[in-house]
Design a protein around this ligand. Structure first.
Ligand SMILES: NC(=O)c1ccc[n+]([C@@H]2O[C@H](COP(=O)([O-])OP(=O)(O)OC[C@H]3O[C@@H](n4cnc5c(N)ncnc54)[C@H](OP(=O)(O)O)[C@@H]3O)[C@@H](O)[C@H]2O)c1
Length: 308
């Protein structure tokens, strides 16, 4: 019996699609959230690491929707500047220090008039420049990054869950390269910290369910590729072909924030619902950006322009 090449190819595509159907369905269902831009219910929001980049842009977006916001960062002068330019409460805080995090929550609750409804675990550092693990000093980038990205996320979550449980609310973690198990040479520390974040979110979901904290939701957000100091620090600008591809994939913080914030607001706090994984840049979105960018129908992002 002879089988034509098109039917063989069709069968192969169908077989692969069916095999991946459950994960494809989960991928799309997890991300399905109705955006909420209503001003009828104002939220109290804590964003860690909101003195620049995406956290800053998201703070601006929450504020524009009538929410109360508190941001934090380690650099005192950046904290003062962020408070002034956003017009919100800002606290100097290193998320890897639990005393700082306790102070952040106490100060935020006082300034915003109550416990948070939404906590965005956003503070993180990238591996810049990209470097092999064997070439890294332990008491330098390695430890600082694990402290900020992993220890910090644990400490913030530990403090956030009881605070959110008092009135009901949602805790979001930001993913990043490595979160789905993908490996990039030169990105071991950032990658494993982000992989750890997805594990942490899954575990906390089970813990709040076990504690019957039905009013606390634990979810993931994925901003895609954003033109911030974190991303630019990890780009090798000497490779013009890489920069060209990236400039089509990367979005400005304001664009990502205006898409992400209404969706974070739209996630119900109840943990009895599904885990939400809200992704700005899906594979289809990436293909669209690359295609339209290559055809000159989409303006590329200028990665050389310092947006911070
Ligand atoms: N940019 C991207 O393409 C991209 C892609 C995927 C995921 N993400 C994720 O999105 C989040 C925001 O990243 P970004 O691109 O906006 O980075 P960014 O521009 O470098 O901003 C990071 C923020 O975190 C703060 N921060 C760093 N370490 C801290 C610590 N130990 N304690 C408190 N604050 C700390 C920084 O302030 P100080 O330095 O003053 O402390 C700053 O406000 C991160 O979780 C990142 O992994 C980004």
């Amino acid at each position: 019996m002879s089988v034509s090449f098109p039917s063989l190819l069709g069968g192969l595509v169908l077989g692969v699609s069916l095999a991946h159907l459950p994960s494809l369905l989960r991928y799309f269902l997890e991300g399905r959230v109705s955006p909420d831009t209503s001003r009828s219910r104002s939220r109290r929001v804590i964003i860690t690491g909101g003195t620049r980049g995406l956290g800053f842009a998201m703070a601006r977006e929450f504020l524009a929707l009538g929410d109360s916001v508190t941001v934090c960062g380690r650099d005192e002068s950046a904290v003062t500047e962020a408070a002034e330019s956003l017009g919100c409460h800002a606290v100097q805080c290193d998320v890897s220090d639990y005393r700082d995090v306790d102070r952040l929550f106490e100060s935020a609750e006082k300034a915003m008039g109550g416990p948070p409804d939404l906590v965005l675990n956003n503070a993180a550092l990238s591996q810049s420049p990209k470097m092999r693990l064997v070439d890294m000093a332990v008491d330098g980038q390695l430890r600082t990054m694990v402290d900020a990205n992993m220890t910090g996320a644990l400490i913030v979550a530990r403090r956030a869950i009881p605070a959110l449980a008092s009135c009901g609310g949602t805790l979001f973690f930001m993913d990043g390269t490595g979160a789905w198990g993908n490996a990039t040479p030169g990105n071991s520390v950032y990658g494993c910290s982000k992989r750890g974040i997805t594990q942490l979110a899954a575990t906390l979901r089970k813990e709040v369910t076990e504690q019957k904290l039905a009013q606390v939701g634990v979810h993931m957000a994925s901003p895609g590729m954003v033109n911030t100091r974190l991303l630019r620090g990890a780009v090798d600008f000497s490779k013009s072909s890489t920069v060209k591809v990236l400039s089509n994939l990367v979005a400005e913080p304001a664009e990502v924030a205006s898409w992400l914030v209404p969706r974070l607001r739209g996630v119900p706090c109840s943990c009895s619902g599904r885990m939400r994984y809200i992704r700005f840049l899906t594979p289809f979105g990436a293909a669209y950006r690359l295609l339209f960018g290559a055809m000159g129908m989409r303006k590329p992002t200028n990665l050389m322009k310092n947006v911070d």
